[in-house]
Design a binder for this molecule. Sequence first.
Ligand code: ATR
Length: 290
Amino acid sequence: MKIDGKTRTCGLIGNPVEHTLSPLIHNNLAQMTGKNMVYVPFLVQNDNVEEAVKGAYALHIMGMNVTVPHKSAVIEHCVSLDPLAEKIGAVNTLVSVEGGYRGYNTDMTGLLRAMQTEEIYVKDETVLLLGAGGAARAVAFLCVSEGAKKVYLCNRTLEKAQQVAEEVNKAFATDCIVPISYDMICTITEDRLLAIQGTSVGLHPNTDNTPLADGAIYDKIHTGVDLIYRPVETKFMKLVKAHGGKTMNGLKMLLYQGIIAYELWNDVTIDNVQAEEILQKMKEEMEIHE
Ligand code: ATR
């Protein structure tokens, strides 16, 4: 990598940032597409988000990713927002525009593109969405905006599922999100479900855990998507597979949230072959051998 007077900078703000795979994604994309760009992580404390965003703009940093815990706090420091990011209320990508940064949510568009590469579509599906935290909430917005027929939003704490369902239904003037708890799962009448696992249950090192215990419901799941990528096959995915379903983990979502951010910053399109090359590098870095 050659750094000279014309090198443009992008980066990541978050806390912590040490374990991020984003520099690997972006610096390899820059090399692959011949862009004179460098991507670096910036540790930003919770009280410093405004200074970080203003300072980044003053330094002509052309784009930033935003990770936990700053994805909502950064919103008020954007000059404009992409409509989906605005609806979700979470921004993970800043793009330099006149006067400041425009905020996007490429986590969700990344998930969508990742699913498309696996021929998994949300439109007209009955979705069983597990969880009602930040990640699952964003997926609920995505499902409605992509035309899911119905979304069973299933959470351990029913009240939280009810809150999120109300919020999303209101945002789209629909009643397509139905909040349930795990003991209400047997009331689902549809027999073909796209299940999306949006909790942190099953995450390394607690790989034997799943929020959805083995049972008849798995026979209805034709596809199970887990947002977790470590381990590469979660207990939830194993159960879906054992009952004859197709599975996908969260690694491609991570890849495509990066790719879409890169495309926004550099006005280029990354094709599937290039994406696959980056995915291999991510797997090498994570020591995933398949
Ligand atoms: P994130 O922002 O990553 O989505 P979060 O906001 O902490 O994380 O949400 C975690 C999600 O995992 C919640 O839906 C939580 O359910 P509760 O709302 O009932 O707490 C869910 N979760 C955590 N531990 C769980 C468990 N043992 N079984 C089922 N769901 C669990």
